[in-house]
Write a protein that binds this ligand. Structure first.
Ligand code: NAD
Length: 350
């Protein structure tokens, strides 16, 4: 049984709901939030303890995983303390907001032989597993092009939480906080990004950080992708389209869990559609969202074959965000990977 402390009772509530669905693997023993009432509101009938002090989680030797659901500026300092204290870490996105901090996390994880699992729960659900299988079995062929839309609606009530929309608190805008999942899916299915260019602006809410962007990516394998982002849409939709040599995969528009609803998988050659349909039908079911994400963490912790999100995946995400901010500010085409000599290596805060 993996014993968990959840830090932060905002999205932490959804993590807790997923742990509750996996009682054979996980036991949540502590919820920490500086707002005690918020932490207590999660308690219901569970037997876990509640604290307002993160040190209580660090000091408890029975806790295996610290699940960090705190505002972004706290992710790195708390994750480092957890790793040094011998805890594995689950960390909400973004795991860090500079390449230098990622290097620190990687060094601490290696030194203390602990794992850090970045939260990219959009990767999980039946249609995502189906696409993975169509690729892995060699049907899809080489990736050609992808288009992703993160068209969400955020208003003054959302930005009433003081850390949001600020460089010091949120550390970025829609590129960092909202489209990060769609961008993770581009790299997950189409491979590492080798170049970025684009535009970003603030047009929806009176915030410091960007809330609209139009971005272009070139992948190492030659495929191309575009990402179109706004927090001023009429509703909330995430739309993903991956075009491969032999297959076009189109998501539903479910905004926060692309795995929740079926996707359309079309063979380029109509005669091959039965092969696609058969692979889709034979793909073992996969849990959606946080439950799917945590299922893979549990498998990874017990050395079973797994698709757990890795620290390297989180590092790639932070590198991509760094390259995007560089590209939109300079107007340049920024090539990846970025190294310690890059001007934004220590962070992109203006
Ligand atoms: N994976 C996703 O889809 C997803 C969705 C929403 C948010 N997030 C991420 O989750 C993180 C938290 O976002 P949120 O919307 O839950 O924020 P939130 O502000 O609603 O919740 C954060 C909680 O942390 C608590 N907190 C802050 N500082 C603390 C401290 N020093 N000690 C103890 N508790 C402290 C606050 O009281 C608050 O209850 C962010 O990094 C965000 O990007 C991820």
């Amino acid at each position: 049984m993996i014993r968990v402390a959840i830090l932060g009772a905002g999205i932490g509530r959804e993590h807790l709901n997923a742990y509750r669905l996996l009682p054979e693997a996980f036991s949540v023993v502590l919820i920490v939030d500086q707002d005690e009432n918020r932490a207590m509101s999660l308690k219901e009938s569970d037997g876990f303890l509640v604290s307002t002090d993160i040190s209580d989680a660090l000091r408890d030797p029975s806790i295996d995983i610290m699940d960090i659901c705190l505002p972004p500026h706290l992710h790195v300092p708390v994750a480092l303390k957890a790793l040094v204290s011998g805890k594995h870490v689950i960390c909400e996105k973004p795991i860090a907001t500079s390449l230098r901090d990622v290097d620190q996390l990687e060094a601490a994880a290696a030194k203390h032989r602990r794992n850090l699992y970045p939260v990219f729960q959009y990767r999980f659900g039946p249609p995502l597993a189906q696409l993975r299988r169509l690729i892995d079995e060699g049907f899809a062929g080489h990736p050609q092009i992808a288009t992703v839309e993160t068209h969400w609606s955020r208003d003054a009530a959302y930005y009433a939480v003081p850390w949001r929309g600020t460089w010091t608190g949120e550390q970025g805008g829609a590129i960092l906080s909202h489209a990060i999942h769609a961008h993770d899916l581009i790299t997950h299915f189409m491979g590492p990004v080798s170049a970025v260019s684009g535009f970003a602006t603030t047009r929806v809410n009176p915030i410091e950080t960007e809330d609209c962007a139009a971005l272009s990516f070139e992948m190492e394998n030659g495929a191309l992708a575009t990402s179109n982002i706004t927090l001023g849409a009429a509703g909330n939709e995430t739309r993903l389209r991956f075009v491969f040599e032999n297959l076009t995969a189109t998501s539903s528009t479910a905004p926060y869990a692309p795995g929740m609803q079926p996707w359309v998988f079309e063979a380029r050659s109509p005669g091959k559609q039965p092969v696609v349909d058969q692979i889709v039908a034979e793909t073992p079911p996969e849990d959606t969202g946080f439950k799917g994400f945590l299922t893979e963490v549990a498998k990874n912790m017990s050395d079973a074959p797994n698709n757990a999100v890795t620290l390297q995946d989180g590092a790639a995400s932070v590198m991509l965000v760094t390259a995007i901010y560089d590209a939109v500010r300079t107007g340049a085409r920024v090539t990846l990977p970025l190294d310690a000599q890059h001007p934004l290596y220590k962070g992109w805060l203006p």
